[in-house]
Design a protein around this ligand. Structure first.
Ligand SMILES: C[S@@+](CC[C@H](N)C(=O)[O-])C[C@H]1O[C@@H](n2cnc3c(N)ncnc32)[C@H](O)[C@@H]1O
Length: 219
């Protein structure tokens, strides 16, 4: 499999995939079904990021999570598998078509009843949530112009020590290229600056996938 991360060579990608738990039949089907959609399949998180998120959700002992940007359901599958029995994930997306692929695979994985999928702009879904009960874990992986609003909606709803993961924050490395003044790149740069300066949280950017920010609410 070609690496999804710009940070990995083919050889290093193959090596790390060969040294983590192999993909099961449901994960393989989800990857293949998504690949058949064409270029949009690039939106799916990388398998090593999926394994990391599953392990991380498990280590955190998370039981309540929210995801902004579900697509064909791969990251949701990883999060719910990591959180285990009795956990719940709220999924926000605008696409019936893409998330239908996710629903089929969640059913096959026996986790469909742990997921509530809301098809609506995520700003609306998040704004309608009460401040409590809080979330142990959150994942943002949707339209980049929405990142700032999703972040501001989720941080107050994080449990003490709750963690927010945010995808694509290195934007294929473009954030470091001063010649790149593309609107999406500028949006991600401004967002990263905002997160780094937030006095309510501590955060770090992990060089995994396309760059994954990990944010912990500290107050
Ligand atoms: C990068 S993909 C998510 C990939 C997914 N996390 C995975 O691992 O397969 C981004 C998703 O955000 C969704 N999206 C775009 N704009 C949105 C919005 N305003 N509200 C909610 N979801 C949105 C798209 O429909 C798409 O499915």
């Amino acid at each position: 499999m070609a690496p999804k991360s710009f940070l990995l060579t083919d050889a290093v990608s193959d090596y790390l995939l060969a040294h983590q738990d192999p993909l099961d039949e449901i994960e393989q089907s989800l990857i293949e079904t998504t690949k058949a959609l064409g270029g949009v399949s690039g939106m799916q998180i990388a398998p090593e990021q999926g394994r990391f998120m599953q392990l991380f959700a498990s280590l955190l002992g998370a039981k309540r999570a929210v995801e902004v940007g579900t697509f064909t359901g791969y990251s949701a599958l990883q999060l719910v598998r990591g959180m285990g029995e009795g956990s719940h994930l709220l999924c926000c997306d605008v696409s019936e078509e893409w998330t239908a692929i996710g629903r089929t695979h969640w059913e096959r994985a026996g986790i469909a009843d742990q997921i509530t999928l809301v098809i609506a702009p995520a700003t609306e879904t998040l704004a309608a949530l009460p401040l409590e009960p809080t979330f142990d874990l959150a994942f943002i992986d949707a339209d980049k112009p929405g990142y700032h609003d999703y972040y501001e909606a989720i941080v107050p709803r994080l449990a003490p020590n709750g963690v927010l993961l945010i995808d694509n924050v290195l934007w294929h490395g473009a954030v470091t290229d001063p010649a790149d003044t593309n609107e999406s790149t500028e949006i991600i740069r401004r967002f990263n600056d905002h997160v780094a300066a937030d006095p309510r949280t501590e955060s770090t950017i992990l060089p995994i996938g396309d760059g994954l920010t990990m944010v912990r609410r500290t107050r």
